[in-house]
Design a protein around this ligand. Structure first.
Ligand code: NDP
Length: 286
């Protein structure tokens, strides 16, 4: 028996995948009616968080954030000892660390997870999930967890799953916003976005070409600017801001990008590669 608490789109998909693979699943959700579909598919609904936690050694949480975990497990503290809590909700690495301490102080083990696909892809080939926490606990449940998606264990530092998850979402959300911005720029001239999309796709594909070499330069702290230097690209960043102003569209995103180039130039990286932006971005770290 596996317990799953939190029946948003993600939790519901996970329950279905577990049921399809022959597991019994106990479920609890704050809004009880949201369990109707998975109960019809074979899951067992219980009345309270404590009943849900008590039903299984392995307890999966799929909640909006980590605050929801305390709301729920705070009502099941007496039955937590000996359980393995796998929290697949999104939040910050620091909140993850605090949550692990809270759970472990109550005699349970804690694994953090970050699911990297939308609900319709849970359990499919494309699905993968970052995990971190005690390796022996993860290994014990790896086979079951791998039903949700490929299980990528990142290490015993429990923050790592959410660190990688948020870094991936950083890329994803910024990419979506920048595509919206570029689309607003193109459509300001009355051009159909369908005409622009193939070029945007090529641009995203080109990222594949840059990343490994960029990471190598960043890790060496060596930023040769022979082909494209910060001064040239900073001028382009400024052209994007000006073009956006001329088009009457939002300039927050291009101004943020331009500020990276301005600060890199001010720090003496004008003749270096664009990878030297990393030096000014990381300089803002605490
Ligand atoms: P939803 O926000 O739709 O649902 C999450 C669940 O959390 C619901 O069951 C909700 O209960 C419950 N919940 C929230 N707050 C509380 C609380 N204070 N007390 C009790 N229960 C609470 O999320 P999703 O299913 O879309 O996502 C789940 C997690 O997975 C999120 O952290 C999300 O970031 C992540 N994720 C989502 C993806 C997606 O495409 N949807 C993709 C990858 C990851 P109730 O039904 O009563 O509101």
């Amino acid at each position: 028996m596996i317990t799953l608490i939190g029946l948003g789109p993600m939790g519901q998909s996970m329950v279905r995948v577990l049921l399809e693979n022959g597991h019994g699943v106990t479920v609890w959700n704050r809004t009880a009616s949201r369990a109707d579909g998975v109960v019809a598919a074979g899951a067992v609904r219980v009345e309270t968080p404590a009943d849900a936690v008590a039903a299984s050694e392995l307890v999966l949480l799929s909640l909006t954030d980590y605050a929801a975990m305390y709301d729920i497990l705070g009502k099941a503290e007496d039955v937590l000892a000996g359980r393995v809590i796998v929290n697949l909700s999104s939040d910050t690495p620091e909140k993850t660390r605090e949550a692990a301490e809270w759970v472990e102080a109550r005699g349970a083990k804690f694994i953090a997870g970050g699911v990297m696909v939308p609900a319709e892809l849970v359990g499919k080939d494309e699905a993968y999930v970052f995990y971190s926490g005690p390796a022996d606990v993860f290994e014990k449940h790896r086979e079951t967890l791998a039903l949700i998606g490929r299980a990528d264990f990142l290490g015993e530092d429990v923050r790592l799953a959410q660190l990688f998850y948020q870094a991936q979402l950083d890329i994803f959300l910024n990419s979506l916003s920048v595509f919206m911005h570029a689309s607003a720029l193109v459509s300001s001239a009355g051009v159909s976005l369908q005409k622009f999309v193939p070029y945007a796709k090529d641009n995203f594909k080109m990222m594949d070409f840059y990343l490994e070499a960029a990471a190598e330069q960043i890790e060496k702290g060596d930023h040769p600017g022979d082909d494209a230097n910060v001064t040239m690209m900073g001028a382009t960043a400024d052209h994007i801001v000006q073009a956006s102003r001329d088009a009457g569209i939002d300039v927050v995103l291009p101004e943020a990008v331009k500020s990276h180039y301005d600060r890199a130039i001010a720090a003496g990286h004008g003749r270096s590669s664009w990878t030297s932006l990393f030096e000014v971005i990381k300089a803002d770290r605490k």
